[in-house]
Write a protein that binds this ligand. Structure first.
Ligand code: HEC
Ligand code: HEC
Length: 207
C-alpha cells in the first residue's frame, strides 16, 4: 500500500510537469500549404513593405514555442487579424504537426545594418543595469537561438521589421505573452525607439 501511494505520488508529480508531445512533421508539411502564402514555402517569409502585415520567419523556430503561439492566436490572447484567421481552424494536433514541420526547416536571413551593430550588440550582450534592462543573451542566447523548453523564442535571422513591431507591441501591452512569460513586456517598455531598431537589426544578423 505504501509503495502504491508512493507510485501514485510520483505519477501525479510527473503529470504536473507540462509534457510536450512532439507532432508529426510529415503531416505538418501537408497542413503547411495553408501557411506558405505568408510564411514562405519552408518558413522563410518575404516581407513586402506595401502589404499590411509582416509575417516572421518561422523556419527553425522552437516547436514548443510555435505550438504555444498558435494556441494564443486561436484563443485571441495574441491578436493579429491575418494570423488569427489562420489559427482559428487548427486543432491541437494540427498545431503540433505544423510546429514539428516548421521547426525542422532550414532558416535563412538578411544581415544586420553595420551602423547599428555596436549599439545593438552592446545592449544585447550586457543589457543596461542602470535602467534595469537585462542582457538579451540571458534568455535568447548569445546566438539568438532561444530556449524552447522555456518558450523563449529564437530571434536569430528574423526580419528586423518584424522584431521591431514585436518590441513595440510588447512595450505598449498590445502583444500579450504566454502566462508566466511576461518579462518581455517589462523589458521592451524600458527600451527607446532607437534601441529597438538597433536590437532588431542586430538579431537579424545573428546565425
Ligand atoms: C495572411 C498571412 C498569414 C498566413 C496565411 C499565416 N500567417 Fe502566421 N503570421 C502572419 C503574421 C502577419 C504574423 C505576425 C503577427 C504579429 O505581428 O503578431 C504571423 C505570426 C505567426 C507565428 C508567430 C511567430 C513568432 O515568432 O512569434 C506563427 C508560429 C505562425 N504565424 C504560424 C503560422 C502557421 C502555422 C500558419 C498556417 C496554418 C500561418 N502562420 C499562416 C501571417 C500569416
Ligand atoms: C527573461 C527572459 C527574456 C529576456 C531577458 C529577453 N527576452 Fe525577449 N522574449 C522572451 C520571451 C519569453 C518571449 C516570448 C513571449 C511570449 O509571447 O510568450 C520573448 C520574445 C521576444 C521577441 C519576439 C520574438 C518573436 O518571434 O515573436 C523579440 C524580438 C525579443 N524577445 C527580443 C528581446 C531583446 C532584444 C531582449 C533584450 C533587450 C530580450 N528579448 C530579452 C524572454 C526574454
Amino acid at each position: 500500500m505504501k509503495y502504491l501511494l508512493a507510485a501514485a505520488g510520483l505519477v501525479s508529480t510527473l503529470l504536473a510537469v507540462p509534457a510536450f508531445a512532439a507532432g508529426n512533421a510529415e503531416a505538418g508539411a501537408a497542413k503547411a500549404l495553408a501557411c506558405i502564402g505568408c510564411h514562405g514555402a519552408n518558413g522563410n517569409s518575404t516581407i513586402v513593405p506595401e502589404l499590411p502585415y509582416t509575417p516572421p520567419n518561422i523556419a527553425a523556430q522552437g516547436p514548443i514555442y510555435i505550438a504555444a503561439q498558435l494556441k494564443l492566436f486561436k484563443e485571441g490572447v495574441r491578436t493579429n487579424p491575418f494570423m488569427m484567421g489562420s489559427a482559428a481552424a487548427l486543432t491541437p494536433e494540427d498545431m503540433l504537426d505544423l510546429a514539428a514541420h516548421f521547426s525542422t526547416q532550414a532558416l535563412t536571413g538578411l544581415e544586420a545594418d553595420p551602423a547599428l551593430v555596436p549599439a545593438g550588440q552592446k545592449l544585447y550582450r550586457f543589457g543596461d543595469p542602470a535602467r534595469n534592462i537585462p542582457a538579451c543573451t540571458g534568455c535568447h542566447g548569445p546566438d539568438g537561438r532561444g530556449v524552447d523548453v522555456s518558450r523563449y523564442p529564437s530571434v536569430r535571422s528574423q526580419h528586423a521589421a518584424y522584431s521591431y513591431i514585436q518590441l513595440k507591441a510588447f512595450a505598449s501591452g498590445e502583444r500579450k505573452p504566454l502566462a508566466g512569460n511576461e518579462q518581455m513586456q517589462q523589458i521592451a517598455a524600458r527600451l527607446s525607439d532607437d534601441e529597438m531598431k538597433a536590437l532588431s537589426s542586430y538579431v537579424q544578423g545573428l546565425r
